[in-house]
Ligand binder design. Sequence first.
Ligand code: ADP
Ligand code: MG
Length: 286
Amino acid sequence: MPRVKKAPDVPTDRLDEMLARLKLSGIRDQLDNLLDEAARSNLSARETLTMLCEREIARKDHRRIEMALKLAHFPAVKELAGFDFEAQPSIDPKQIRDLAASRWIANGENVLLLGPPGVGKTHLAIALGREAILAGYSVQFTTATALVAGLAKAHAEKRLDEKLLGLSKAKLLIVDELGYLPLEPDAAHLFFQLVSRRYETGAMLITSNRSVAEWGTVFADPVVATAILDRLLHHSHVLTIRGDSYRLRAKRKSGLIKVPPAGDGAPVGSASLRPVTGGANLQPRS
Ligand code: ADP
Ligand code: MG
């Protein structure tokens, strides 16, 4: 077999064009540096190609994650690494780590994070959403109030279907703060339609300061609330967080305020909010 001739120098423009056509912009933008690096390290052709592919994949992953984090509309940056598990003994770190692996999202299951204000529900919701994005899933974060307002507006404008379709796109929909404000009966019905649409296909993570037993009041319609819970709890992980507010705890530690720490079931945070209590009514149906 004749020896393969050394490839002639390829004009940069042509190579740029081909890399652009293959959407290998990471390689294209850094080509000279990457080839210098390969030469300095005496990489073989195969090793060089591997290095180029690795860099391209790393850049694509980075961009995808940046974009997905933007699209998720998280209200703050919160990570699991920043969660102090010792401060909330009612949370099982292992269960959170299991959820962080995002298998529940692949299976279209739901997570309910229940507990009084300040115990880290929103923190965990964002952190689990972030883990889902790192695992390759699309995530959308909204508050219950914004969600219901959006649904009601779409309904009034006769484009509810379109809106529901939009809300079904993300593999994980996070609905924060359900129960802080009571919802209109109309809103409950719209929420039901959303839950039905996503049922068994898209995962939902809902945070609430109300126990599931109180959702009849939250939705101002016990029949619709039962129908919503029936679907949500069918494949679900219900985590009830107890204890006192992390914010107040930090203040109490510094001696700024004098609030007794809350025990299980004791009223916590704002006196106007009834605490979430654990119990049989929180068990998912099978
Ligand atoms: P909730 O949504 O339950 O009302 P948040 O998640 O908003 O509570 O928590 C209130 C604040 O306290 C946030 O800044 C959050 O990051 C912080 N926080 C709550 N619990 C913890 C914790 N266990 N470790 C670290 N930060 C926490
Ligand atoms: Mg919150």
